[in-house]
Design a binder for this molecule. Structure first.
Ligand code: ADP
Ligand code: MG
Length: 259
């Protein structure tokens, strides 16, 4: 028998409440290696909370989180550090350090977590900036570049340590369609060139269809669909249709009637 190759990431029966609010409800999900999994769902449905469980920023009330065959949800912070080095994050707000140059921002994880000398760090930072199409902007400050460029710098920083998995939380939100497509192309490029496993949280269906090998829909902390992207184009579950087509249903419009 071939040796067992566990999924890179697994959530097993994860539940999480904040006070009375159940945010994740017995959620199970495994990410296949080398695949791009897209998680879609309405605002407030638990997508970011799910991501934060995977990177160990939030701990589950019940259930387990596994990374590469190791259970991580109960690990002390110190033991999470080497695991987080294997993960790249592009968070929703994608904040850069305003006091550092673009080059220093990208170099930051290398300065913090690697033993490379400065020349090697600069070389890697340039290589990552080249990947996102921004080589040459090293000396700029975040205040001197556009919103789309900031996202790309944050992405270059996210891949500085050659992570095995990259998490994107709403990477195209707030960008115009052309800039959003640049980000989609980058997600595809990183998968192609670095063979990373990716998890993309989004409510942008154009992006979901373009980058996803698989699309998982979350609704009130539960997975209600888990299929190849094409399935979402034709499925007739009203909860899925409403979201995918971006059409309000009667329950969404009720509030208007009371105005
Ligand atoms: N740290 C927290 N404390 C209390 N409530 C939270 C916390 N983080 C998220 N929530 C709540 O959990 C729900 C899901 O949030 P989130 O995962 O951010 O939604 P989204 O699907 O839009 O990413 C929301 O109602 C949010 O207000
Ligand atoms: Mg979110």
């Amino acid at each position: 028998m071939p040796p067992y190759d566990p999924p890179l990431i697994e959530l097993k029966h994860v539940s999480k409440r904040f006070g009375k609010l159940v945010v994740l409800d017995d959620l199970s999900l495994s990410l296949n290696r080398g695949e791009t999994t897209v998680v879609i769902g309405e605002s407030g449905t638990g997508k970011s909370v799910m991501l934060k469980h995977i990177v160990g920023l939030i701990r589950p009330d019940e259930g387990e989180v596994w990374f590469d065959g190791q259970r991580i949800d109960q690990l002390p912070e110190r033991d999470l550090v080497p695991i987080r080095k294997r993960m790249g994050f592009l968070f929703q707000m994608a904040a850069l350090f305003d006091s550092l140059t673009v080059g220093e921002n990208v170099a930051f994880p290398l300065t913090e977590h690697s033993k490379f000398d400065q020349a090697k760090i600069d070389e890697i930072a340039s290589e990552k900036l080249r990947m996102v199409g921004l080589d040459g902007l090293q000396e700029r400050r975040p205040g001197q570049i556009s919103g789309g460029q900031k996202k790309r710098v944050a992405l270059a920083r996210a891949i500085a340590l050659d992570p095995e998995v990259v998490f994107y939380d709403e990477p195209t939100t707030g960008l115009d369609p052309v800039r959003a497509d640049v980000i989609n192309e980058l997600i595809l490029k990183l998968k192609r060139e670095l063979s990373v496993t990716s998890l993309v949280v989004t409510h942008d269906m154009v992006s979901a269809f373009k980058v996803g090998d698989r699309v998982v829909m979350l609704d009130r902390g539960k997975i209600i669909a888990d299929h190849k992207p094409d399935w979402f184009k034709t499925c007739d579950d009203p909860r899925v249709r409403r979201f995918v087509d971006g059409k309000a249903g009667p329950e969404d419009l009720e509030a208007l009637e009371n105005d």
